[in-house]
Design a binder for this molecule. Structure first.
Ligand SMILES: C[S@@+](CC[C@H](N)C(=O)[O-])C[C@H]1O[C@@H](n2cnc3c(N)ncnc32)[C@H](O)[C@@H]1O
Length: 225
């Protein structure tokens, strides 16, 4: 992180707002803006938050679902505890982590994923890694969502985007691509907001039984996240 990046970051409107309102990250505002536009959350909902650190989205999700709602948050790195949020440290591309999440919540109303790879600076590689995380988030959403449930995922625009969007359209009744105002102007991230899960198919269950417990693809670089 360069000094210039830190200086710019601190001048940032959403960074200041996050500090002022006691939210953990500027990313909190992205989820608030997504929910303002699409009305995804209801009191009492069961939510899984993938790539949750430092906890901004989990905080917002917990506020939105209220005391009766449940939030399970997952990340490679630890987060400071959030009242009412269950945290699991682990890699969502690993079967062992998915199983731990399912032990805490076997049916969810909403799956949200803000997972991002560590950026390498090589755009096509970063885009491919982002797409790989989206594939895993989607597979997990298919495993855990109730029919009618909602799914939100971050994705970097690029080569894999059209195919993933098509895959998501195939599984949900209403799918939109949204760019929250709180995303940085320079960023190529967008969010896919998918409502109305069509339900699991017979081949999903067969795929699940076949899934090997691998942490990353065979050709993954060493610093893969
Ligand atoms: C942009 S941050 C999320 C910010 C968060 N939504 C918030 O509001 O505070 C992306 C996160 O994705 C996590 N991540 C990346 N790959 C992951 C994986 N395979 N499993 C779980 N988390 C992952 C990273 O550790 C990082 O904390």
């Amino acid at each position: 992180m360069s000094k210039q990046w830190l200086r710019e970051h601190k001048k940032d409107h959403f960074y200041k707002e996050a500090k002022r309102t006691g939210h953990r990250s500027r990313a909190s505002f992205k989820l608030m803006q997504i929910n303002k536009r699409f009305k995804l959350f209801k009191k009492g909902n069961r939510v899984v938050d993938l790539g949750a650190a430092p906890g901004g989205w989990s905080q917002v999700a917990k506020e939105l679902v209220g005391e009766k709602g449940t939030v399970v948050a997952v990340d490679l790195v630890r987060i400071e505890p959030i009242e009412g949020v269950i945290f699991i440290q682990g890699d969502m591309t690993a079967k062992t982590t998915r199983e731990k999440v399912l032990e805490e919540m076997d049916v969810a109303d909403i799956v949200i994923s803000d997972m991002s790879p560590k950026l390498s600076g090589n755009y096509s590689m970063d885009q491919a890694r982002s797409a790989y995380l989206v594939e895993h988030a989607l597979d997990f959403a298919i495993m855990v969502l109730r029919p009618g449930g909602n799914f939100v995922t971050k994705i970097f625009e690029g080569e894999d985007f059209p195919d993933l969007l098509k895959e998501i359209r195939d599984r949900f009744n209403n799918v939109k691509v949204f760019s929250p105002e709180a995303s940085r102007k320079s960023s190529s991230e967008v969010y896919i907001v998918a409502r109305g899960f069509k339900g699991r198919r017979k081949d999903d269950i067969e795929d699940e039984l076949d899934t090997p417990d691998e942490e990353a693809p065979k050709d993954a670089p060493e610093d893969w996240v």
